[in-house]
Write a protein of this length. Structure first.
Length: 263
């Protein structure tokens, strides 16, 4: 039984996971799962508390702080320049999808779950009903993002249902259905390749959103709330600002007339 896993067995499991090529995050999740099961065992009186203490001593694997490929402002502009050249119904829909991914930092599961009723265009906001952990949050939209979504709604109409719908080969919109997370993934990957941006995933657009907010000096906790992160340490992982930002911050550091006079 899993609740009987002791320190030595857990270490052996960890080594085997690493040898089989599991990522650092996967290894850490496995160790966390074991600890949680043993914790329940301790509460139920099935195993001694010392077993849990020993498991807690197992060190976590270090994970990369710079995974993913956020886009810079030039790349985002190139992406929309390409998208805006196409004007079919499905193209207008796709422009709105990219606008929400980059303008609200939505996860693709959040995007595909959106319904028309979740959107309030005149207030430039939408409600994410099912964020990570089934948590609800309000996302505020920039004007350019609203304009793209509005163009899609002019074609979609105001029938209740999913905000984004499949479009068939005859340009008919299936209001009763929603798009899939897989279709969003393929849309982003294929479009990025057309613009010669390399391998870009939907989550890279979320990384772009968070990084851009930080580049524009939005404080870390506000960015955390906008991204829907429970813990601020998660937001820090998405911070892709480079050395130029730190160099600029250092050059502006001052303690008043005294420090400036001695510089």
């Amino acid at each position: 039984m899993l609740h009987q896993v002791d320190y030595q067995t857990a270490c052996q499991i960890k080594v085997e996971l690493i040898q089989h090529g599991s990522s650092s995050k996967s290894v850490n999740r496995a160790m966390s799962a074991i600890r949680n099961v043993v914790k329940v065992g301790v509460i139920m009186g099935l195993v001694p508390e010392n077993q849990l203490i020993q498991l807690s001593a197992i060190k976590l694997e270090k994970t990369s702080q710079h995974q993913g490929n956020p886009l810079n402002a030039t790349q985002v502009n190139a992406l929309f320049t390409y998208l805006n050249k196409h004007t079919s119904i499905i193209d207008v829909r796709n422009q709105a999808i990219f606008a929400l991914l980059l303008g609200a930092g939505l996860r693709r599961s959040e995007l595909t779950a959106l319904h028309l009723k979740d959107l309030t265009l005149h207030e430039r906001q939408l409600i994410v009903q099912k964020g990570k952990g089934n948590k609800r949050r309000t996302a505020f939209l920039p004007k350019w993002c609203v304009e793209h979504v509005y163009s899609w709604l002019l074609l979609r109409g105001d029938d209740a249902g999913y905000l984004f719908n499949p479009v068939n080969k005859t340009n008919r919109i299936n209001i009763k259905a929603g798009i899939t997370t897989e279709s969003v993934y393929l849309l982003v990957r294929n479009t990025a390749k057309q613009v010669e941006l390399g391998n870009v995933s939907p989550h890279d657009l979320r990384r772009t959103y968070i990084t851009r907010l930080l580049e524009q000096n939005i404080d870390l906790n506000t960015v955390r709330l906008m991204a829907g992160h429970e813990d601020i340490s998660t937001t820090v992982v998405y911070d892709k600002r480079d050395n130029k930002v730190m160099q600029k911050a250092a050059s502006s550091l001052s303690y008043g007339d005294t420090s400036e006079a001695n510089s």
